[in-house]
Ligand binder design. Structure first.
Ligand code: MN
Length: 242
């Protein structure tokens, strides 16, 4: 198996190193990670200017590129630029959970969306900052779950979140906001965003990814299809008016 690994914390990211070390047992690993951190840069790509994709020393037996662009561009450069073939794309391990509507902003998750757009299978993996050095210890359990239930044949892309002291594994759907920001005014018309958790638990959302506060590992199937199919179906009659 050939595996492409990227992240949004940058090629120096601690979680990336753990993920590469773990995944090397599954097959041949190629790393293409941002030269500098791209957290919360979402699915941004370069379309008008050149960017660097430079082979760098990483770990023994691992080909690695530091890419001066986004996680999505890391995937695009490897697949569209260097014409490499991969059986699986992994993104992470992100230092910070990617839950609820925060996946709209996540560069980690955007790499997985880009993989899907290019016809590849992919998994994003995120954890709490305080668990960044130990979350990889749960990857054997997560991978066994994927294999046992044939998840990568059933669907192409997933978002995995691993809390500290992780318990059971739960298949989830997307919850609401998990973080938001206050904007603190500074001198010279500057404003500094300051993140804060806004998650409010409720009993009607036990299968949402945001209930991960209950210390379960969340595996959520993703889609790059953004159409609200329920509304689309409901409005279909407008296409057949006399
Ligand atoms: Mn990040």
């Amino acid at each position: 198996m050939r595996i492409l690994i990227t992240n949004d914390d940058g090629i120096e990211g601690e979680g990336l190193r753990h993920l590469v070390n773990w995944a090397s047992r599954l097959g041949e690993v190629v790393v293409a990670a941002p030269k500098v951190e791209q957290s919360a840069k979402s699915h941004t790509i370069e379309i008008h200017k050149s960017f660097e994709g430079k082979k760098v020393e990483y770990l023994p037996g691992v080909t690695a590129y530091a890419v001066d662009s986004s996680p999505a561009d890391c995937v695009r450069l490897m697949v569209l630029g260097l014409k490499e073939h991969f059986d699986l794309v992994l993104s992470g391990i992100n230092k910070g959970l990617n839950l609820g509507t925060d996946i709209l902003y996540s560069g980690t998750v955007a790499a997985v969306f880009e993989a899907a757009a290019l016809g590849l299978k992919a998994i994003a993996v995120s954890t709490e900052p305080k668990a960044i050095s130990v979350a990889w210890e749960q990857l054997d359990r997560v991978w066994e779950f994927f294999c046992k239930h044939d998840l990568l044949n059933k669907h192409n892309i997933y978002n995995v979140n691993i809390p500290l002291n992780a318990g059971d594994i739960r298949i989830t759907r997307q919850g609401g906001p998990y973080y938001s920001d206050d904007f603190l005014p500074e001198e010279n018309d500057m404003f500094r965003p300051k993140g804060k958790p806004v998650y409010a638990p409720s009993n009607d959302c036990l299968d949402t990814d945001t209930v991960l506060t209950r210390k379960e590992i969340s595996i959520m199937p993703l889609s790059i299809q953004r159409v609200d199919m329920a509304v689309y179906e409901d409005l279909q009659n407008l296409n057949h008016k006399e």
